[in-house]
Design a binder for this molecule. Structure first.
Ligand SMILES: Cc1cc2nc3c(=O)[nH]c(=O)nc-3n(C[C@H](O)[C@H](O)[C@H](O)COP(=O)(O)O)c2cc1C
Length: 361
């Protein structure tokens, strides 16, 4: 039996296999109201019918100003909950599980989507004043305003309310987005956090906002619901976060009630060289896995069944996330089962006549 197709239980959630889909922004809430629609249903639904174990729905604003763009989804009102429910119900009907990535883009919010231009959207065009750990801008985007401590407390509560709404919308788990240069990463990294208050300075202080969120979410979601955290384990720059620091923060998160760590890299600053290639982030995930003693997932240019299986066989990694390859091939997991000679009982009955003959790929 291939490891990829062994089920895994994280806290109270059993997932049918270890081929998961990471969050991928679609910029497709056409009314700019954070309400998901047909595109999201088809995009996420096809990966569920395609055999994925768990799908993490894209970065979703815990508040309207936390969205990367006006076209990104939200989870801050009841209309959004109802719209997400349609997606989670379909995913469940296919035997897959679904998590929601809870996000705040901080100084990288209020931007255009590919079709509408580039850079920040002006206030006149429906953009908004961004906030961050700092008042320094990201690259050429509009400058943020540094959050006051009392505003951080309000955002912690917004994160918890968003998690409660995610559960009401039928999600099986939530993922806190602390990676890719978004708000929580802006607090975690010394490169973007020069604060003099209790949210800046030592690692403990830089992690305080995140840990308060983990604690607040754990208080509002049912005990069996797992909390995932996505980190960037390096900023690819001197003075940025290190994998060892991130492993320490992950351990603190675990002590506060988080269950699985999804390890990515980069996104905080521009002008750095990122040595991409097949599986280029796996070693970072392994460093965290060694120290944290909780399940860790690996992501980044994992594109074949054999490559994915080998990553799991190395022993440290619990789950692989297949991103762009899942967009190219939403039935990646069914194909992987065929290629590894595994019989799965979740081939959609409607597609029965499309099963690969046993002897060919
Ligand atoms: C179109 C697109 C949108 C993405 N949106 C998100 C996102 O919402 N949240 C996130 O944490 N990562 C996001 N990512 C990063 C992916 O989750 C993943 O980590 C990355 O694509 C590397 O994996 P891959 O090589 O398998 O695609 C996005 C990637 C792509 C290609």
């Amino acid at each position: 039996m291939a490891k990829l197709f062994e089920s895994i239980t994280v806290r109270g959630l059993e997932v049918r296999n270890r081929i998961w889909v990471p969050p991928m922004c679609e910029y497709s809430c056409e009314n700019r109201d954070g309400v998901v629609g047909d595109w999201h249903l088809v995009h996420l639904g096809s990966m569920a019918s395609g055999g994925a174990g768990l799908i993490i729905a894209e970065a979703t604003g815990v508040v309207a100003e936390g969205r990367i763009s006006p076209w990104c989804p939200g989870i801050y009102n009841d209309e959004q909950v109802v719209a997400w429910r349609r997606v989670t119900d379909f995913v469940h009907s296919q035997g897959a599980k679904i998590a929601l990535q809870l996000a705040h883009a901080g100084r990288k919010a209020s931007t255009h989507r590919e079709q509408s231009g580039s850079g920040s959207i002006s206030l006149a065009d429906g953009g908004w004043q961004t906030v961050s750990s700092t008042a320094e801008a990201f690259d050429s985007l509009a400058a943020p305003r540094a959050l006051e401590a009392h505003e951080i407390a309000v955002l912690v509560q917004a994160w918890a309310a968003a998690a409660a709404r995610a559960i009401a919308a039928g999600f099986d788990a939530v993922e806190i987005h602390a990676a890719h240069g978004y708000l929580l990463h802006q607090f975690l990294s010394p490169l973007t956090n020069g604060r003099k208050d209790s949210y800046g300075g030592s690692l403990e202080n830089r992690a305080r906002f995140l840990l308060e969120i983990v604690t607040a979410i754990r208080e509002v979601v049912p005990n069996e619901v797992p909390i995932f955290v996505r980190f960037s384990a390096t900023d690819y720059a001197e003075g940025g976060v290190t994998p060892e620091e991130i492993a320490t923060v992950a351990k603190w998160c675990a002590d506060s009630g988080a269950d699985l760590f999804d390890i990515s890299t980069g996104g905080l600053i521009t002008g750095v060289k990122i040595p991409t290639g097949p599986g280029y982030q796996v070693a970072y995930a392994e460093t965290v896995a060694e120290k944290v003693g909780q399940p860790v997932s690996a992501v980044g240019q994992i594109t074949s069944a054999l490559q994915a299986e080998q990553i799991l066989e190395s022993g440290q990694i619990a789950v692989v996330m297949i991103g762009r390859q899942s967009m190219r091939d939403p039935h990646f997991a069914l194909r992987a089962a065929h290629e590894l000679g595994v019989e799965v009982d979740y081939w959609p009955i409607q597609y029965n006549r499309a099963k690969w003959p046993k002897e060919v790929f």
